[in-house]
Design a protein around this ligand. Structure first.
Ligand code: GLN
Length: 316
């Protein structure tokens, strides 16, 4: 067994018994998740795969989808046009905060908070809702290497209860920041959040970003390599909700989490890492996931700004 495999098994064993955090319930369907689910996966850019725990369990991707739809919107419109509609500033506010939309430029601060993600998704090209959804699913397939499906119960659950997201869309419509067809934009946003993945898929998706946008297993280019740096920059500054600063300080690599309990992180030029465990903290980040990433970062010197002499960044 390799040292990395042994190490992730040790982490799984150490953090498995944790019982902090709560499974998200504000989207009723998410509350059905088993709090004991726990998986860790690593995929390297030369295609090596390491898994431990519930890495084949399907769950909905939730906010992690935001980085991928942002990549597609960049391909559709380019940097400058997209910047006019969605900013790149971290907020320090919760992911579902509405307050800042009513201040200043009325432009959502960044594409990782819900308002910015809804605005981003509303910009995706396509002739009608079906084609837009089809483009999104095809994009996810390039990253995962397999067909992806939407979990209908979660989609319906979000659609029925997503009043806050609906309110944000109305506010953005009021300020002329998004197009008038907000129901279609919200549906597409709820659908992208309801895409089903496994933890293994998340690690492959992260490894694709680590590999300049090319899936290291299938060799398919998932996103134009020019935009990978944009995606990673936003992940680094805004990917972990209102814990993004502390994450950058302690772990030091670009990452994105979702309320269903997934976290994916990218070691540029090296590998993708993902964890899945549904209990989340007050910021919306998986409690076991945070522990695993801090330990991995220390053990494998993952912090991008650690330039100590003799440091070997992710030598496995
Ligand atoms: N679909 C969820 C929402 O809109 C995504 C939130 C998340 O994962 N942070 O609230």
């Amino acid at each position: 067994m390799t040292q990395l495999q042994a190490f992730i098994e040790k982490l799984h064993h150490t953090y498995g018994p944790m019982d902090e955090g709560q499974v998200a319930s504000y989207i009723p369907e998410l509350s059905k998740a088993n709090p004991d689910w726990f998986g860790i996966s690593v995929v390297t850019i030369d295609g090596q795969v390491f898994n431990v725990g519930d890495t084949a369990q399907k769950f909905t991707i939730q906010s992690i989808s935001k980085i991928f739809s942002y990549g597609l919107a960049l391909e559709d419109h380019g940097r400058e046009v997209l910047l006019e509609k969605v900013g790149v500033e971290p907020t320090g506010d919760p992911f579902n905060s509405i307050i800042r939309l009513d201040e200043g430029s009325h432009r959502p601060y960044n594409p990782m908070i819900n308002a910015g993600a809804i605005a981003t998704t509303s910009l995706l090209k396509g002739d009608g809702s079906t084609e837009r959804l089809h483009r999104l699913l095809k994009m996810f397939k390039r990253y995962t290497g397999q067909d992806v499906f939407i979990d209908m119960p979660t989609f319906m659950s979000e659609r029925i209860t997503g009043h806050r997201n609906r309110a944000m869309a109305h506010l953005m419509l009021n300020f002329g920041m998004i197009d008038k067809d907000i129901d279609a934009a919200l549906d597409l946003y709820f659908q992208q959040c309801s895409v089903m993945v496994t933890n293994g898929d998340l690690a492959t998706m992260a490894a694709t970003l680590a590999n300049r946008g090319k899936n290291p297993i299938t060799q398919v280019q998932a996103v134009n390599e020019d935009y990978v740096r944009d995606i990673l920059s936003i992940m680094y500054t805004c990917g972990m909700y209102n814990r993004a600063g502390e994450w950058a300080y302690r772990v030091g690599i670009p990452a994105k989490s979702g309320v269903s309990g997934g976290i994916l992180a990218v070691i540029p030029g090296k590998a993708g890492i993902a964890t899945f465990s549904p209990p989340i903290d007050a910021n919306g980040n998986s409690v076991r996931g945070l522990q695993v990433f801090e330990a991995l970062s220390q053990e494998y010197n993952l912090h991008m700004f650690d330039l100590s002499l003799g440091r070997c960044n992710f030598c496995i």
